[in-house]
Design a protein around this ligand. Structure first.
Ligand code: NDP
Length: 283
C-alpha cells in the first residue's frame, strides 16, 4: 500500500483512507494482513482525543488523524456553534469540557472511551492567551493560562496514561510553542506554561517508555489561526519579518507533524520536541 501511494510520485486520488492509514501506520500493530476488510477496519481503529480539536490547529490535527484511519474525538471549551459546524462538516464526534478542570477531564475521557473505545492517542492542543506585560498582568490572567495550558496537560494525561500503560501502547503529543522556547514580551504566563509543557513532556516520556507509550512535544511557530488573528497587525508584520521562510505557518503543516509523532513509525521517538516554525527559532 505504501508503494501504491507513492506510485508515479503523485498521490493517487483513488487511494483509500485505509492506504493512508497504512502509510502513516496509525492502525494497531496487530493488524491482520489476511483478515476481511471489516476485521481490518476493526483492528485498525485507534482512538484519539484532540483537545481544542474543533478550531485552528486542533481542527487540522483532528482531520489529519481521521484521514490516517484513527477514530477521533475532538474536544472544545465553549464555542458550541463552531463545534457543531465542524462535526457536521467532518463527521468527527465532538465533546465539550474544560481541560483545566480535573474531574471534567476524567468524566470526558470516560465518555469518549464508552462511545468510541479505549483512548490510544492524546493530543494536548487546547490553549489560550491572556497577554500583558508583567506590570499589567493580573493574578487571574496568570492563573487562567497556567490552569488551562499546563494544568490541562496534567489533567488529560492523568485520565488516559494509566490505560495506555496497561495496554502497552500510547501516543501523547503536547502542543508547546516557539514562545515557550524563546520567551515573548507580554507573555510571562503563556511562555511559562508552554515552557512547562516541554519539561512535562520529557519527564512523562521517561515514565512511559518501557510501556510503549511515547510522549513528545511539538512547538509551532506563528500559525495562521484565530489566536494569531488577535495579534495587532503592526505587531504581526514585525513577527513575519523575523520568519526566515517569510510567512505564517499553516495549521495543516503542524498537523502533519503531529500525525507522524502519533504513528507506529515514531515508536523510537520520545521525549523530543519537534519545532515547526519556518526557521524562526533554531537550536
Ligand atoms: P485557537 O484559539 O484557534 O483554538 C483554540 C482551541 O482550544 C479551541 O478549539 C478552543 O475551544 C480550545 N480551548 C480553549 N480553552 C479550552 C479549555 N479550557 N478546554 C478545552 N478546550 C479549550 O488556537 P490555535 O489553533 O491557534 O492554537 C492551538 C494550540 O497551538 C494552542 O495550544 C496554542 O497555544 C498553540 N500554538 C499556537 C500558535 C499559533 O500561532 N496559532 C503558535 C504556537 C503554539 P472553543 O472553540 O470552544 O473556544
Amino acid at each position: 500500500m505504501r508503494l501504491a501511494l507513492m506510485k508515479g510520485g503523485l498521490p493517487d486520488v483513488a487511494v483509500s483512507l485505509r492506504a493512508i492509514a497504512s502509510m502513516l501506520s496509525l492502525g494497531h500493530a496487530a493488524r491482520a494482513d489476511s483478515g476481511t476488510a471489516a476485521d481490518e477496519d476493526q483492528a485498525m481503529a485507534r482512538v484519539a482525543v484532540v483537545t481544542g480539536g474543533t478550531r485552528g490547529i486542533g481542527a487540522a490535527i483532528s482531520l489529519a488523524l481521521k484521514d490516517a484511519g484513527v477514530t477521533v474525538a475532538a474536544n472544545y471549551a465553549g464555542n458550541a456553534q463552531k463545534a457543531a459546524a465542524f462535526a457536521e462538516e467532518t463527521g468527527i464526534a465532538t465533546y465539550q469540557w474544560d481541560v483545566g478542570d480535573y474531574q471534567a477531564c476524567q468524566d470526558g475521557c470516560a465518555k469518549v472511551a464508552e462511545d468510541l473505545g479505549p483512548i490510544d492517542i492524546l493530543v494536548n492542543n487546547a490553549g489560550i492567551t491572556r497577554d500583558a506585560t508583567l506590570q499589567r498582568m493580573s493574578l487571574d490572567m496568570w492563573e487562567e493560562v497556567i490552569r488551562i495550558n499546563l494544568g490541562g496537560c496534567f489533567n488529560m494525561a492523568k485520565a488516559v496514561f494509566p490505560g495506555m500503560r496497561e495496554r502497552g501502547w500510547g501516543r501523547i503529543v503536547n502542543i508547546g510553542s516557539i514562545n515557550g522556547q524563546g520567551g515573548q514580551y507580554g507573555q510571562v504566563n503563556y511562555a511559562a506554561a508552554k515552557s512547562g509543557i516541554h519539561g512535562f513532556t520529557k519527564a512523562l516520556a521517561q515514565e512511559g517508555a518501557k510501556f510503549g507509550v511515547t510522549v513528545n512535544a511539538l512547538a509551532p511557530g506563528y500559525v495562521d489561526t484565530d489566536m494569531v488573528a488577535a495579534v495587532p497587525e503592526a505587531v504581526l508584520e514585525k513577527i513575519v519579518a523575523k520568519i526566515p521562510v517569510g510567512r505564517l505557518g499553516k495549521a495543516t503543516e503542524i498537523a502533519r507533524g503531529v500525525a507522524f509523532l502519533c504513528s507506529e513509525d515514531a515508536g523510537f521517538v520520545t521525549g523530543s520536541t519537534l519545532s515547526i516554525n519556518g526557521g524562526q527559532h533554531m537550536y
